[in-house]
Design a protein around this ligand. Structure first.
Ligand code: AMP
Ligand code: TRP
Length: 326
């Protein structure tokens, strides 16, 4: 069975884009491969945070991911900082990654814009990400397009390590799910839905109630025509609605379009599909709110399983480098 690894940063306020673009593929992938999924809390520290903030977000995110359907009996789900090997291998990977490679990372360039304090961690972030992946002898890394460059760096540096020190790491490949919707903002359909949008009216949070969801869809920006057609370049608003409806119901957005001759019913159907998709998740979040120790127990199970695999790989790396063994 192929080994899969992916991680999501511990930031608050998950939205529909996170769910349809990433989390749903994690949940659906659980039985198709041996999956390791982590909450990347160490990566969250690369941008300065208040004391306690990352821990609170980690627990919240763990709850939501379990509510979305991650099942500790079908995957290994854990918090990155609970498995020390991530920090340990990150150092070894920093030493086979060049400044030039890190300088070329577009995410680093984006994240440093208008920022006064730029941590060294933000610069070496991709080396920690390489460690995350390589620790589990990963074959495939399901991520959004924005992460492709980081996965390619992990592969390049793993290859360099192997040729310097001997066969140590499995070379991973990125798998970018084709069907995963890139969900756009309902108020500005040319920008990605994001929790940091100017107005919350364009973002559907997983915690939004049915009334709020319907209202946001009804107010969604479309265009001044009335033709329903799947064409992101010419009709971004309408295409976004079709794409959300398609992703939520498992159908093809282009073929759904022919069923509509007006925007109103499309908006309502998209809202209802999202309300229906989120209802069981929201019910499960409410249950887990009353069971915080259950969430922690799930994370402990995952960390115990992850450590067993990661420990072996770090030792292999240190031995192959030829560090003096203790
Ligand atoms: P972020 O919160 O930006 O770190 O993203 C977490 C995960 O959700 C990543 O895998 C992203 O690719 C995915 N994601 C974030 N926003 C969207 C969006 N609007 N549409 C699709 N996927 C998204
Ligand atoms: N950098 C990824 C993001 O921002 C999160 C992440 C951390 C990750 N480690 C990873 C993704 C390892 C895939 C593999 O979305």
């Amino acid at each position: 069975m192929a080994r899969v690894f992916s991680a999501i940063q511990a930031t608050g306020g998950l939205h529909l884009g996170n769910y349809l673009g990433a989390i749903k593929a994690w949940v659906d992938g659980q039985d198709e491969a041996d999956c390791f999924y982590a909450i990347a809390d160490l990566h969250a520290l690369t941008i300065p945070k208040e004391r306690g903030e990352v821990g609170a977000h980690t627990l919240e995110l763990a709850k939501v991911l379990l509510a979305c359907g991650l099942d500790v009996n079908r995957c290994t789900f854990f918090v990155q900082s609970h498995v020390r090997e991530h920090s340990e291998l990150a150092w070894l990977m920093q030493c086979v990654t060049s400044m030039g490679e890190l300088n070329r990372m577009t995410q680093f360039k984006d994240k440093t814009q208008n920022r006064k304090f730029i941590s060294a961690g933000l610069f070496t972030y991709p080396a920690l990400q390489s460690a995350d992946i390589l620790l589990y002898d990963t074959d495939k890394v399901p991520v959004g397009e924005d992460q492709r460059q980081h996965i390619e760096l992990a592969r390049d540096t793993a290859e360099r390590f192997n040729s310097r020190y001997g066969e140590t790491f499995v070379l991973p490949v990125a798998s970018i799910p084709r069907a995963a919707a890139r969900v756009m903002d309902l108020q500005d359909p040319t920008s990605k839905m994001s929790k940091s949008a100017a107005s919350e009216a364009g973002t559907i949070f997983l915690s939004d109630d049915p009334k709020a969801i319907l209202k946001k869809f009804k107010r969604a920006v479309t265009d001044s025509e009335s033709e329903v057609r799947f064409d992101f370049a010419e009709k971004p608003g309408v295409s976004n609605l079709l794409s959300i409806l398609g992703a939520a119901t498992g159908s093809d957005p282009a073929s759904i379009a022919s069923g509509y001759s007006q925007y109103g019913p499309l908006k309502v159907d998209a809202a209802e599909a999202v309300i229906e998709a989120l209802a069981p998740i929201q019910a499960r979040i409410a249950e887990l709110d009353n069971d915080p120790s259950g969430v922690r127990a799930a994370l402990k199970t995952g960390a115990d399983k992850a450590r067993k695999v990661a420990g072996v790989v770090v030792e292999r790396a240190k031995t192959n480098i030829g560090l003096l063994v203790d």
